[in-house]
Each structure stands twice: as C-alpha cells, then as structure tokens.
Write a protein that binds this ligand. Structure first.
Ligand SMILES: Nc1ncnc2c1ncn2[C@@H]1O[C@H](COP(=O)(O)OP(=O)(O)OP(=O)(O)O)[C@@H](O)[C@H]1O
Ligand SMILES: [Mg+2]
Length: 307
C-alpha cells in the first residue's frame, strides 16, 4: 500500500526527512514514533500529497504521490494532527459537511453505520465544541472515513485523549483493519506503538529502525535491569559511574539500567550498590519496554553523531 524510496524533504537549511525508504503492506497497522521535530508529520504530509518531496519517490495504493495526486487522494483518509472540526456545527452536521466536501453520495446510511460503530449515535445533535477530547477524535475519524479510504493516515490521533477513550479508539481501529483497511499512524505514546504490527523509529529526519514491537526489543544489544531501592537518585548517580553501564534512568519509582554486552549482571549491580552504602537495592533482569528501546536507540544515534 505504501512504497517509499529515498524520500527527502528540505525546508531551506532544515532536512525534515532524510532519505526514507519503507514498505507497508495492505492490512498493516504501521506506527511512526519519534521525538518532536523528528519529521513524522512531514512524512505523512508527503504521502498524502500535501507537501512535495524534494527528492525520492513514494507510491500510495499504487499511485505516485507527485504525478498521480487525484488517484492517491481518492484512496486515502488523512486525519491531521489538528483536524478541522466546526465547533458550531453538531456531530451530524460536521459529517454532512465532510461528506459534501468529499462528494460522497448517499452518505446518510454510512453516517448511521459510523455513529453506531463509534457509539456516538446518542451525541449526533451535540455541538462539536461541547464534545470531550476523545469524542472529538472519534468525530474526526468518522469524517475521515466517510469516503471509504483504503488507507488511513492518522497523525497523533489520540494526543491528549484519556486512556479509556484511547482504548475505545483502538477497538474501532482494530475493527476497521479487520475489514481490510491499512493504517499508517504517528504516535507519541509508546504503549500505543505496542499495538502496531510494525513500528518505525524516526530521529532527526531518518528512519533508524523498523520492526515489530517484539523484534525491536529483542534486537537491543543491551540488557535491561530494573533496580528498586529507597533512594533511587543516589543509586542512579552511583550506577552511572559503574563500568559496563550504558545508562541509568528513572522510570516512575524504579531505575532502568542498561548494561552493555559483557557488563555486570543483576547480582553484580546489587553488590556494587551494597558496597557503596545502598544495602536495600533489589535488582532484576527485565524485558525492556518499547520506551526503553526507544531511549536506548536514540542515545546510540546521538553517540554516533557526536563522533
Ligand atoms: N512548513 C515548514 N517550513 C519549515 N520547516 C518545517 C515545516 N514543516 C516542518 N518543518 C521542520 O521540519 C522538521 C520536522 O517537522 P515535523 O512536523 O515533520 O516533525 P514531527 O516529527 O511531526 O514533530 P511533532 O512530534 O512535534 O509533531 C522540524 O524541524 C520542523 O521545524
Ligand atoms: Mg507532527
């Protein structure tokens, strides 16, 4: 559904996207993650024909994003990071507005179906301005789905949405994907990235890893040890000075410590802390979270670029 080769976008001196190469198959849920300014929105806007690439090429649903703009547009739905809903129109009126915009015919039946699916039917006459954040996102999604796209582009679709509504949103997405839709999304939430079939890690305009969430975790060369103790900040300072430790960072009340290959094991970490006045430390080997992988990967990239 998506085929990208060497896709690059420069804004003056800024290279927002740098030689991106990627394939996304039909029916996949692909998630792009990366820090602010990594280039995620720019990738999406190029794939949606809204920004012209500086170089490289991209095909979406088999069509070229620069030469076959209309064919691409007919087949995609794009929910922008700030999707334009009209606050002074109701839910149903917003949907009618977008149906007109897309030239959708017989939209009434589809509107009903979408309202049912998203459990928004009771709110059809509520002004968009009065909806909760999660409901606004559902409405934006419904508007995006009105012209029956083959592929859905969602730019941070659940940003600022409470966890329950986010779960709701994902139940809806899952059903759409089961019905054959392809989804390409960006997210700042790494638990959300875990729900994707494959994830691309983007940093400084470059795609530095692409794999399944499980694959990304297994590929991490460093081991992850969780340390709990009464004074995690003191433990962090000590561990950052220990040989073989790549990093030690607080994750909630625990420390996540990355150990280079051949570095200390959990028992050595515990003994090291005990020998330096922290006698209550518990250390155990854990499977890294996607957040751990992400931080470790970005740290590795930064080190490479620092020479
Ligand atoms: N229209 C533009 N003109 C100039 N620079 C731009 C433009 N759009 C994006 N950029 C720059 O390109 C880089 C990538 O921006 P982009 O919005 O794609 O990042 P992002 O990964 O979506 O970030 P965020 O997580 O904050 O949404 C940034 O340095 C940004 O300032
Ligand atoms: Mg963005």
């Amino acid at each position: 559904m998506i085929e990208v080769r060497g896709l690059t976008k420069k804004f003056g001196a800024v290279t927002a996207v740098d030689g991106l190469t990627l394939r996304v198959e039909r029916g996949e849920v692909f998630g792009l993650v990366g820090p602010d300014g990594a280039g995620k929105t720019t990738v999406m806007r190029m794939l949606c024909t809204l920004v012209a690439p500086t170089s490289g090429e991209a095909r979406v649903a088999g069509f070229d994003v620069t030469r076959e703009v209309d064919q691409v547009k007919d087949r995609i739905g794009y929910m922008a990071q700030r999707f334009g809903l009209y606050g002074d129109l109701t839910v149903a009126e917003n949907m009618r507005f977008y149906a007109d915009l897309f030239g959708v015919e017989g939209e009434a039946a589809l509107t009903e179906q979408l309202l049912e699916m998203t459990r928004m039917a009771p709110f059809r006459d509520r002004y968009a301005a009065q909806l909760s954040g999660g409901m606004k996102q559902k409405l934006a999604l419904m508007c995006t789905l009105l012209h029956k796209p083959e592929i859905l582009f969602l730019d941070e679709p659940t940003n600022g949405v409470d966890p329950v509504s986010r779960r709701d949103f994902w139940v809806i997405l899952r059903r759409l994907v089961d019905g054959g839709l392809t989804v390409f999304l960006t997210t700042a939430y790494l638990d959300e990235a875990e729900r994707c079939g494959r994830v691309g890690l983007m940093h400084g305009g470059r795609l530095i890893r692409v794999d399944t969430p499980a694959g990304l975790k297994q590929a991490l060369p460093e081991a992850c040890i969780e340390v709990r103790c009464g004074d995690p900040r003191a433990a962090r300072a000590l561990l950052r000075g220990m040989d073989g430790i790549a990093s030690a960072d607080l994750t909630g009340s625990a420390l996540h410590v990355f150990v280079r290959p051949g570095g200390p094991d959990e028992e050595a970490v515990r003994a090291y802390l005990a020998g330096r006045g922290i006698s209550d430390a518990q250390a155990r080997r854990i499977l890294p979270s996607l957040e751990d992988v992400f931080i470790a990967t970005i740290r590795g990239e930064a080190a490479v670029h620092a020479g």
